[in-house]
Design a protein around this ligand. Structure first.
Ligand SMILES: *[C@@H]1O[C@H](CO)[C@@H](O)[C@H](O)[C@H]1NC(C)=O
Ligand SMILES: *[C@@H]1O[C@H](CO)[C@@H](O)[C@H](O)[C@H]1NC(C)=O
Ligand SMILES: *[C@@H]1O[C@H](CO)[C@@H](O)[C@H](O)[C@H]1NC(C)=O
Ligand SMILES: *[C@@H]1O[C@H](CO)[C@@H](O)[C@H](O)[C@H]1NC(C)=O
Ligand SMILES: *[C@@H]1O[C@H](CO)[C@@H](O)[C@H](O)[C@H]1NC(C)=O
Length: 614
């Protein structure tokens, strides 16, 4: 059979087909052709334009002299007096020549059948429709507010009041090719004044959502939309002010007004690992784009503390959830986790290596990651026992006892589902095939949890039964399910559900996205579609989509209290966090886009799914 695959670049016909009518004709033509030649496949279905790999308008080397913000009519954070100024700044590696190992599967050599392509487009359109509906509601009912309340249709302030959803959604608008909405949003963002926000700010959230959102949108415009860089610099200067402490560790829960008032600040005694160690990607990118080394310098000081203490903790290789930032001492606390308050500290190690293009000074990130994952495999992944004897690994938490023994609690959090994607990325980046197998089995545990939860959605936190020895490489243990031995469970496979909410979180689809792009197995698209349908159908409200109070309520198909289609209406919570638009729907969408679009070899995603240009 003739292979009619044509590269879009060599298709003059493409530019002429731009009206809806000829699009329809083309569709019919392809459809008939397909009937006639079932093997026929081609790529002239409309697909978004790809970015050139290194557009001239984004700096390859950091600008010199550096660009600084010149705010008009807004508060200037550069004017805050620094009590503990830095004398000499750590410099970004000058030029990066090293080519990183290839991350994505080689899709180019494949030729998906036409029906598959059409299905992909249809699914992607459904996901975009959901996004579009939510965005429309936000615009109408909660414009410039932090969050839309999806049931009552009002809004609330959660992260400083600068429009968290607005900034967090910018890049998704671009990626989904909603350019008018994007431009309208940029105009609104240009008016934000990052002056002391309401009360205490969570600087981790401020960084990953706002700063990440601004940098990503700027990168997507090929560094042409200068208003976005301007805002990123203004916000970067604000965040930088939270690092003005005696040991230069950041104040992670920060009252901006105190800094404005000139008060001397100290970092917290009771800090949280993820909030300490999740600035590196955003600050590195900001220094790359501006040439201003203060940001990169600030994050380097933090990473040096992590590196020095990595082997001195109660589980050498891992850092505990609780850390004292004042001393700074990361060795005392006994709780270790892949879930809340720890997660992105690990995720940012390979990703920062990537954004530094593996430069000599980035090898530290690589070795820290390898040391950490070695310990994770040993202590934080376990093989659960399920009625169907699924070959999966679940990410969990562990506590070190007085006698030094390490006890896993076998709790599984939706948040910790990022682990599969991280292992998959790391496997390719550092070329370790065994990590891809861990990635697969960890991702499968999240897929399993969706598939086997009573209503097809994984709860926020639950425990699972574990083999007596959970070491993933221990083949001498019999993990076969035995109903006589294993005690009663709340639901088959779910021992106890600790927190039954679903908060529209992205981590499971995030890992499915990474696995799809890295292995090229179309099975992950089917998994994603099933997940999307469950989530959309159960979270949809009059205006947008809402969190669910209890995803484990038994399904009632009899119609009692159910909706027309026989699905029980699960009780919803009047909440739609900005990550629904920034992350969840973006990852769903990208699973069904041309794999060259936002390729993992050209972009690195921050922990809020904001892609930065490599
Ligand atoms: C910031 O400080 C500079 C000099 O230190 C001064 O010229 C400028 O007016 C100040 N800007 C604001 C907004 O206070
Ligand atoms: C920590 O230990 C690992 C081996 O377990 C080693 O490769 C790494 O270099 C050590 N890190 C430091 C900072 O000494
Ligand atoms: C691959 O990863 C495993 C587990 O972390 C480790 O033991 C092994 O040394 C790694 N192999 C290479 C070639 O780095
Ligand atoms: C494997 O499991 C057996 C039985 O629980 C245990 O005796 C052994 O120490 C474990 N080996 C490893 C490497 O964890
Ligand atoms: C593992 O346990 C199951 C059920 O307890 C049993 O049927 C099976 O024979 C065991 N397998 C091995 C290899 O011991």
């Amino acid at each position: 059979m003739r292979n009619l695959k044509v590269s879009p670049r060599h298709l003059p016909i493409r530019s002429r087909i731009n009206t809806r009518f000829s699009g329809l004709l083309l569709f019919i033509f392809i459809y008939l052709l397909h009937l006639y030649h079932p093997q026929f496949s081609l790529e002239i279905l409309p697909s978004p334009l790809r970015f050139p790999s290194s557009p001239a308008s984004c700096p390859i080397i950091p600008p010199y002299p550096s660009i600084t913000s010149s705010p008009n009519n807004v508060f200037n954070w550069r004017n805050i007096t620094q009590h503990y100024p830095v004398e000499a700044f750590e410099q970004l590696p000058a030029v990066h020549t090293k080519t990183l190992a290839r991350i994505q599967h080689d899709f180019d050599s494949e030729n998906p059948p036409l029906y598959h392509e059409l299905m992909r487009k249809r699914r992607q359109a459904a996901i975009k429709a959901t996004f579009s509906r939510c965005w429309g509601a936000y615009k109408e009912l909660a414009w410039k507010q932090d969050e839309l309340l999806p049931i009552s249709g009002s809004s609330k302030t959660t992260f400083g009041g600068w429009g968290a959803t607005l900034v967090d959604s910018l890049d998704t608008l671009w990626i989904m090719n909603m350019k008018d909405e994007f431009n309208e949003a940029v105009a609104a963002v240009a008016e934000i004044d990052f002056v002391d926000g309401d009360g205490e700010l969570n600087m981790f959230e401020t960084t990953i959502r706002y700063l990440g959102g601004l940098l990503s949108a700027y990168d997507l415009t090929e560094c042409k939309e200068k208003r976005l860089l301007q805002k990123a610099m203004e916000l970067g200067d604000m965040i930088y002010a939270s690092f003005d402490t005696p040991n230069r560790m950041p104040v992670t829960r920060w009252v901006a007004a105190m800094a404005v008032g000139g008060e001397v600040q100290e970092a917290a005694q009771q800090g949280v690992l993820a909030e300490l160690a999740s600035f590196s990607l955003e600050f590195t990118r900001l220094s790359q784009l501006t040439g201003d080394m203060r940001y990169y310098d600030a994050t380097t000081r933090v990473i040096d503390v992590l590196a020095r203490q990595q082997n001195e903790t109660r589980i050498p290789g891992l850092w505990p959830v609780g850390v004292n930032l004042q001393t700074p001492d990361l060795t005392k606390d006994t709780l270790f986790s892949l879930g809340t308050m720890a997660d992105s500290a690990y995720e940012y190690l390979p990703k920062t290596y990537q954004i530094l293009h593996g430069a000599a000074s980035a090898t530290q990130y690589k070795s820290m990651y390898e040391t950490a994952t070695e310990a994770m495999i040993q202590h934080l992944l376990f093989r659960p026992i399920t009625p169907d004897n699924a070959d999966i690994l679940a990410p969990t938490s562990a506590r070190v006892q007085r006698d030094g023994s390490i006890v896993r609690d076998h709790s599984v959090q939706h948040l910790s589902c990022f682990t599969g994607g991280m292992f998959a990325l790391g496997a390719k980046l550092f070329q370790n095939a065994s990590h891809l197998e861990y990635a697969r089995r960890v991702t499968e545990s999240c897929i399993w949890s969706y598939d086997n939860a009573p209503n097809g959605i994984m709860p926020e936190i639950f425990t699972m039964l574990a083999c007596s020895s959970a070491s993933p490489s221990n083949n001498s243990v019999n993990c076969t399910f035995n109903p006589l031995v294993w005690p009663a469970q709340q639901f088959p496979g779910f021992e106890t559900v600790i927190d039954a909410r679903y908060m529209l979180r992205p981590e499971a689809i995030e890992s499915v996205f990474y696995m799809y792009r890295i292995t090229g197995e179309s099975r992950y698209q089917d998994v994603a579609w099933k997940m999307f349908q469950q989530v959309e159908r159960r979270t949809r409200t009059e205006f947008a989509n809402a969190a669910i109070r209890d995803v484990t309520r038994k399904m009632d198909r009899s119609g009692n209290g159910g909706t027309e289609d026989g699905w029980q209406d699960l009780e919803k919570v009047d909440s739609m966090e900005s990550f629904w638009l920034a992350e969840t729907l973006k990852y769903f969408y990208l699973v069904f886009s041309d794999p060259g679009w936002m390729s993992l070899d050209e972009w690195v995603f921050n922990t809020e799914a904001h892609p930065f240009r490599l």
